[in-house]
Every structure is written in C-alpha cells, then in structure tokens.
Design a protein around this ligand. Sequence first.
Ligand code: NAP
Length: 298
Amino acid sequence: MECDILVIGCGPAGLSAAGYAARAGYNVLAIDSLAPGGQLLYIDEIENYPGYESTSGYSLAENFEKQAVSFGVRIEFWGAEKIEKNGDRFKVMTTGEEVVCKAVIFSSGASHRHLGCPGEEEYQGRGVSYCATCDGPFFRGRKIAVVGGGDTALTDALYLSKIGSEVHIIHRRNEFRGQKVLQNRVRAKDNIFLHLSLNVERINGDDKGVKSVTLTDGSELDVDAVFIFVGIIPNSSVLEGFADLDHGFVVTDSHMRTSVPGLFAAGDVRTTPFRQVVTAAGDGAAAAHAADEYIQNL
Ligand code: NAP
C-alpha cells in the first residue's frame, strides 16, 4: 500500500507524530506489532505529563490513540521488518503489507534490559518481572525485590510498596540515578529497604517460583518476587546498516532528522539526554514538522 508518511511504533512519540502529520493533511499509516501506547501501557501512574495532575499510563495511551485516529491516522498491527530507499520513496517490508511512502518516522521505543544472572530466565513469569503494573498485584502482602537505581526502579518501588509488605531496592552503586524527588519519597517509606553497592548474583526458587536472591556480598534475601528495572535497549535492529546508530540509539539532530534524508526518529529510540512521555510527544511533533518540510521540498 502507499501513504505519505509511515510511522513505525505507536508509543507517545509515534502517536504524537502521526496525529500532527495527519492534522497537517498527510495520509498517515502508523504501525506497531503490539497495542498502541508503548511503554505507557506499563506505567501505573503518571504525574508529570503537563495538563494532568495524575493519570494512568493506560488512559493516557488511549487518549493519544483516540486523538490520532480522530485526525485520520490509520493504525495497523504490523511490525517493520526491512527498510529500503529507492530514489525519493521508501519501501518498508512489514509483517502485514509492503508500504511505499515519502517519509518514515521511526519511533519504535526501547525494551527492558535483562540482568543476565542465573535464575532470571528460569523464573520469568514465576516471580521475575519487568512490569510492576502488570505483575505487582500478584504479590500483595509479600516481600518484593526491585533491582536498579533509575527513575523506573524508584517509581515502581513506590508503587510496589503500596502492594507488598516489604520492598527491597538492590542497586549496584551507592547513589541513585533517578530523580531526587523520587529518591526522597523512597527514603521516606518505612517499608522500602535499600541495599546499595550490591547487585543480584543469582535468583533462587523452586517449582512454585522465586524464593530468594543471592547478592554479590554472598548474603541471601528472602523475597517472593524480583522486579528488574535496569534500563532500556533501543528497538532499532531494523535500521542497522541503513541509518547511523550510536550504541543502538538512532542518531538525530534537533529536528529529528537521521543520517538518511526523509527518515526521522523520535522518542526513546533516538539519541536524547532525557526520556519522558512529554519529551517523546514533543519529539513526535518535531518529527512530523520536519517530515512536512522534507516532503514539500521533494
Ligand atoms: P536508566 O535510567 O538507564 O537506569 C537504569 C538503572 O539500572 C541504573 O541505576 C543502572 O545503574 C542500573 N543498571 C544498569 N545495568 C545494570 C546491571 N547490569 N546490573 C545492575 N544494575 C544495572 O533506566 P530506567 O530507569 O528504565 O529509565 C529509562 C529512561 O526513562 C530514563 O531516561 C528515565 O529518566 C525515563 N523514565 C522517566 C520516568 C518519569 O519521569 N516518571 C519514569 C521512568 C523512566 P547505574 O546507575 O549504576 O548506571
């Protein structure tokens, strides 16, 4: 099929880009192999998206999608498999149809990094999780470990402290990377315990699931669940050898232009110092504007 602009990835960056481009009069197709919303779907509560005192990630995702569709965006559950450029047209092979378009906005986001310790794969789904909102409620009144020291670990530890009896944050340094305001809240909670300058050596369990974690100092901590929040890996493999990447993140300028004219990148997948819902949405708007300029000059 043909369209003016293909948006790959329907998180906040992609849905914002698609909405802006459709509103500017372009025929826009937005694709995602999963439900629209991206990482928003895993966030329990968001209190720093402008205009909302507090909202759930799911409801914000729904609003993003509804608004994009109301501007005329067509959304398909397809994954991108290969991108080529022939003259001034892109050809994108997807798990659905082949798409020919004038510009591509790449906003495929990022996935959870794994710890890589023994027991992590084995107990995934039986106590090991990467999503507090999805799996936290299974551990009501139980002891929970959270691994990591960034915004996700701190935000989700606070969420899990409302569900579990105890939350043990295990972080490899003695300083957190996450925002100060979150650090202060974590330190003020009397059922959150900090294990700093330590990492998880091994996750232990039996056929019922996780029982404990062994830490790098040899100590063992009894927990029923381990939530791992040790960062993100960009979903950019489809661009390898096609556009410039830096440690897997798509290199862009401040207009979201990549090394390939007509290919723009937005949100967590691009090189950016600050990854928030609001910056992803802003990236999307900027990418749509740059794509508009590019197409007008074809
Ligand atoms: P992140 O900021 O990259 O933090 C990852 C954490 O995991 C760091 O503390 C890191 O330790 C630790 N880590 C990395 N590899 C590890 C390993 N192999 N073993 C043990 N620990 C390891 O990732 P994130 O927290 O998922 O956040 C991703 C992005 O989303 C960030 O830009 C963040 O600001 C943003 N975000 C924002 C919000 C919000 O504003 N509410 C919420 C969630 C996420 P070191 O500190 O030692 O490197």
